[in-house]
Design a protein around this ligand. Structure first.
Ligand code: UDP
Length: 166
């Protein structure tokens, strides 16, 4: 099945969430973000700690090449360890994006003070977390971080056991 066949039809969604180097560098912030994942009833399907080389960073953020923040972003994302999660939940993609809050930390503090970026972000670049912005991005990004993971098989196998209230 293609990624498109997931749209709307299913209760269970997967998303890719990443705790970025600024937050991993601070154990209490890393712990606070991990707790948020648990408290919000995400299923942690897989997680791993990893460090990007500069070329990984450039590839992942290729769509932003040419933007004023691209070099800064690429450097930051390859500056130290990250933690990546495959998360499952009802409406996982939008739910995690909501929890993170707006991209820019100063804006987040203004319009969405309870969000992760507002609470823990340092700058517009060092903004604690990444989250896929659509189901299609989630499938692509999960494959980027977890190349051996079979997303479609996982959903086919697990969805019958998934409680919609989650
Ligand atoms: N970013 C930045 N300055 C900006 C906008 C974005 O440094 O003005 C960085 C920031 O780390 C952000 C990432 O680039 O998370 C990707 O940007 P995107 O617009 O995709 O935002 P996101 O989906 O992460 O909210």
């Amino acid at each position: 099945a293609s990624a498109g066949s997931f749209r709307g039809a299913r209760a269970l969604q997967l998303t890719l969430a990443v705790i970025k180097p600024d937050a991993v560098a601070h154990p209490l912030i890393l712990e606070a973000l991990h707790q948020q994942i648990l408290e919000n009833r995400f299923i942690i399907v897989q997680s791993k700690d990893l460090v990007w080389k500069r070329k990984d960073s450039e590839k992942f953020y290729a769509e932003h090449s040419g933007r004023f923040f691209y070099q800064r972003l690429v450097e930051f994302m390859s500056s130290g360890p990250m933690r990546a999660y495959i998360l499952a939940r009802k409406d996982a993609v939008s739910y995690w994006r909501e929890l993170m809050g707006p991209t820019k930390v100063y804006r987040a503090r203004h319009v969405a003070p309870g969000t992760l970026r507002a609470q823990y972000g340092l700058t517009d670049t060092r903004n604690t977390t990444h989250g896929s912005d659509s189901i299609e991005s989630a499938m692509r990004e999960i494959a980027f971080f977890f190349p051996e993971f079979q997303a479609h098989e996982w959903i086919e196998r697990e969805e019958p056991f998934f409680r919609v209230g989650l």
